[in-house]
Design a binder for this molecule. Structure first.
Ligand SMILES: [Fe+2]
Ligand SMILES: [Fe+2]
Length: 338
């Protein structure tokens, strides 16, 4: 059985004694002034709960006692909770509680484990996090809107790449979902993809829109855009994963990319995903209407240079293209031409 960490030993011992002397109800009445909403379980079955917890979930004490803790959690979070139980996880985590009325309440949980009479008990404190979460969501929404406005402002300046960043964003998110990444990583990849070419703002417009072949010194300008984008984001509150996407989306798995010539695992997964999404959209062409087959052609060309791309990302991209998920007006594909 996994040991309770040192910092929790004192509390665990205290709870153990309290439980031994006064049972679950003793724990409930002694701790409620400290913890507000909390519940005690033995092997995952509720045997004690404070009045505040009962109010939160809407059950009476007699209904609640004997229920499995897993039943009190939104179905989507049950497997994760069972895993936490099996690992005796004692860190803080977010947990959506399911009330008797089938309403979801977002809580922060602080669990403690203690042992009494050779059995394992859990004491969990629940903090209602619904208001904080909705504020965070609306802030994130505003943040996404500002980033999208920035992307549109950039695309307005350079009509040749119109829609490029938003298409790359959609492709990168679809690839991330196929790779079963968690929602937080997908959010970061979405924002990183949305802004990946923002550094092109530093490239003279004559170079960006030049219809003929670029000279070497002009290419040198273009190749500075990842670092320029990174500098634009530095000093803001973007997380590193997003900054890395902007800085490293032209790195190749075989080390032939820029700006640092990183290889393989040195390139974060988010940047590797945006690299594939970027390549797919760029190779398929930037004309406003194109056939779905242009994505098929693009993936074939990229597979011919497979050393440049992370294998599982390229495989996911082919799956996307073949399943027809890149058709529709948002990808500039006319369905009648498919
Ligand atoms: Fe780029
Ligand atoms: Fe790009």
């Amino acid at each position: 059985m996994q040991e309770v960490s040192k910092s929790n030993e004192g509390l665990a011992l205290f709870l153990d004694r309290l439980f031994e002397n006064e049972g679950a109800e003793g724990v409930v009445s002694s701790m409620s002034f400290l913890f507000g909403a909390f519940a005690v379980t033995v092997d995952g079955v509720v045997i004690g709960a404070s009045d505040t917890f009962l109010n939160l979930v809407g059950y009476s004490r007699s209904e609640l006692y004997g229920m499995s803790a897993v039943e009190l959690v939104a179905p989507s979070a049950r497997r994760k909770l069972e895993k936490r139980f099996s690992q005796d996880f004692i860190g803080h985590y977010e947990l959506p509680l399911l009330t008797k009325e089938s309403k979801i309440i977002h809580t922060l949980v602080r669990p403690r484990i203690f042992f009494s009479g050779g059995r394992k008990y859990r004491l969990a404190q629940f903090i209602d996090n619904t208001a904080t979460l909705s504020l965070a969501r609306s802030q994130l929404e505003n943040f996404m809107n500002v980033s999208t406005a920035l992307m549109h402002a950039f695309e307005y300046r350079d009509p040749y790449t119109q829609g490029h960043m938003s298409r790359v964003e959609k492709i990168a998110v679809k690839i991330s979902r196929l790779l079963k990444l968690d929602e937080q990583s997908i959010g970061n990849i979405s924002l990183g993809a949305c802004l990946h070419d923002v550094g092109k703002i530093s490239v003279p417009i004559e170079i960006l829109t030049k219809p003929s072949r670029l000279e070497d010194h002009e290419w040198a300008f273009i190749k500075k855009h990842p670092e320029a984008g990174y500098k634009i984001l530095t000093g803001t509150h973007f997380v590193k994963e997003i900054e890395d996407i902007v800085l490293l989306h032209h790195e190749n798995q075989d080390g032939s990319g820029y700006p640092h010539g990183l290889k393989g695992e040195e390139i974060p997964l988010g940047a590797a995903i945006v690299s594939v999404a970027d390549g797919l959209d760029a190779i398929a062409g930037t004309r406003p209407y194109r056939k779905a087959s242009s994505f098929i052609e693009a993936i074939k060309i990229m597979e011919g240079e497979a050393n440049k791309y992370r294998k599982e990302v390229l495989v996911a991209a082919r799956q996307l293209v073949e399943s027809g998920q890149l058709s529709g007006p948002e990808f500039g594909v006319m369905s009648s031409l498919i």
